[in-house]
Design a protein around this ligand. Structure first.
Ligand SMILES: Nc1nc2c(c(=O)[nH]1)N(C=O)[C@@H](CNc1ccc(C(=O)N[C@@H](CCC(=O)O)C(=O)O)cc1)CN2
Ligand SMILES: Nc1nc2c(ncn2[C@@H]2O[C@H](COP(=O)(O)OP(=O)(O)OP(=O)(O)O)[C@@H](O)[C@H]2O)c(=O)[nH]1
Ligand SMILES: [Mg+2]
Length: 448
């Protein structure tokens, strides 16, 4: 079990109005007793009630005055005794407070260790612990919604439901192991196959949400491309709302790709501004252009910018493979200079006077939504770790199904089913998690 007591600064490091330092573990109250001066011994204070106390530094000198909040195990975030101090948000005062708690016997918490303890103490399953970080990292409304859903246990419930479907199948098959003289009858076999098919369909539906998960967690890969000088960097700056990329009348200004995350109608986009596409003899520019080509191949969305005031010419257009055509939006920039009548479609826009941006946002949403990967009404979005587990589950259930259909011995069918159940346990962290815990929690913030 967890015998030591951990402490960390749980708010961002920097000057702020308030900062929170927290302690969790069996000695949380005794450690805090050394550091905080309250009217009564901490054990006599009411849990979950704020008290104004003095905080002392490690030499016993006055350090800060702030609010103390305590939680008694198991009714806390971590499931352990927890003491929080909400002090003045100064860099030095907060750091000294942590040192004082460490001197009083707490150990510095590792990244994610509070949430890891919440998981280890059964306060949440592994998918919920992961959702805590998704929630903190969310950069769009839809990502936030999916994180809330997962934090509420949506993926854990799906895993539990699949387990409930699979367990009776396994029990049934195992019953035949004990009676080797009896074969599984065709009727029973068909019923078991039907149940496995249900599990397979449900598993595949979950796997299908991993693309949505990728977009919500990392943003839809959006490439701004076009000839030099058409206004690609101006468009990036316009969508971002600040001057991120250098804009200049010199063609070939942008050489390297520039990436930023923005939100359009609740959808996160990882926006990539690229080097203008043209035949170039400049080595550096050529590398930039090759990079653009690679980005185009893996893009979820392509914003192709042309100067709409000029007549359409093939040199203006970016040659794209047909399969990405449905993901392209043609943007006729420089609408302030008038639109050449030769352009038949496209979204007219002016980076100079800000017109056409709303139409572009709508077009972006339409393209992303029509790809079918994002579903606003289906906020479940599994991550790469979940996908690896569900992929295995699908393979294992499929193998059990094939074995059963082929009349294999029930032992073999049972083996595959047990593996599938094992993988289901991994999703929520019931089994086999020791090695993955460090990987998951090390990506957390300290103090979370
Ligand atoms: N000050 C502060 N704010 C915070 C947190 C925190 O730890 N401290 N949280 C964390 O990072 C989040 C809130 N999450 C929390 C989740 C459960 C419990 C808790 O005390 N659970 C008990 C009692 C539940 C109840 O009374 O309904 C339990 O689960 O038994 C506390 C915070 C965000 N805001
Ligand atoms: N009139 C007008 N000028 C624009 C508009 N958008 C951009 N420009 C100008 O066009 C020039 C090129 O803009 P950039 O955004 O640097 O173009 P780019 O496509 O990123 O160019 P490269 O990085 O060289 O490929 C600059 O002088 C901009 O001020 C617009 O909507 N109207
Ligand atoms: Mg540029």
């Amino acid at each position: 079990m967890l015998h030591d007591t951990i402490a960390a600064i749980s708010t961002a490091i920097g000057e702020a109005a308030i900062s929170v330092v927290r302690v969790s573990g069996p000695q949380a109250l005794s450690v805090a007793q050394t550091v905080f001066q309250a009217a009564k011994p901490l054990t006599e204070l009411k849990p979950r009630q704020a008290y104004l106390v003095n905080a002392l530094d490690s030499d016993g000198g006055r350090l800060d005055q702030g609010l103390l909040l305590l939680f008694r195990a198991p009714a806390s975030y971590t499931g352990e005794d927890v003491v929080e101090f909400h002090g003045h948000g100064g860099l030095l005062v907060t750091q000294k407070l942590l040192e004082s708690l460490l001197a009083a016997g707490a150990r510095s918490a590792e990244p994610g260790e509070f949430t890891q303890r919440a998981f280890l103490n059964g306060k949440m399953d592994l998918t919920q612990a992961e959702a805590v970080m998704d929630l903190i990292h969310a950069q769009s409304t839809l990502a936030l919604k999916a994180a809330h859903e997962q934090l509420g246990g949506a993926i854990g419930k799906e895993a539990a439901a699949l387990r409930e479907e699979l367990l009776p199948v396994l029990a049934h098959v195992e019953a035949y192991i004990d009676f080797p003289e009896e074969d599984i009858s065709p009727d029973t076999g068909a019923a078991l196959v039907a149940k496995m098919d249900l599990v397979l369909a449900r598993t595949r539906r979950l796997i299908d949400t991993s693309e949505q998960g990728r977009i919500l967690r990392h943003g839809a890969r959006t490439v701004i491309c076009g000839e030099p000088n058409v206004g690609k960097s101006s468009l990036l700056n316009l969508l971002l709302g600040f001057e991120r990329a250098i804009v200049s009348p010199t063609a070939g200004t942008t050489r390297d790709t520039i990436e930023e995350i923005i939100q359009v109608h609740g959808i996160p986009l990882r926006l990539v501004d690229t080097a203008g596409l043209r035949a170039s003899t400049d080595d550096i520019e050529r590398v930039g252009i090759e990079r653009t080509q690679r980005e185009l191949e893996r893009a979820d969305l392509i914003l192709e910018v042309v100067d709409g005031s000029l007549p359409p010419a093939s040199s203006q257009r970016v040659a794209l493979p047909p399969e990405v055509e449905s993901r392209r939006i043609l943007i006729l920039n420089k609408a302030d200079q008038g639109q050449h009548p030769g352009w038949k479609d496209g979204v007219a826009l002016s980076c100079l006077d800000n017109t056409g941006v709303e139409a572009l946002r709508d077009a972006i949403r339409a393209v992303i939504m029509s790809a079918g990967t994002l579903q606003a009404d289906h906020p479940i979005a599994i991550n790469a770790r979940h996908k690896a587990c569900f992929d295995r589950i699908a393979i294992q259930v499929q193998a059990a199904r094939t074995a059963l259909m082929d009349g294999a011995a029930p032992e073999y069918v049972a083996l595959d089913l047990r593996e599938a159940l094992q993988s289901l346990g991994e999703v929520v962290g019931i089994v086999d998690v020791e090695q993955i815990l460090d990987v998951i929690f090390s990506s957390f913030c300290i103090g979370k």
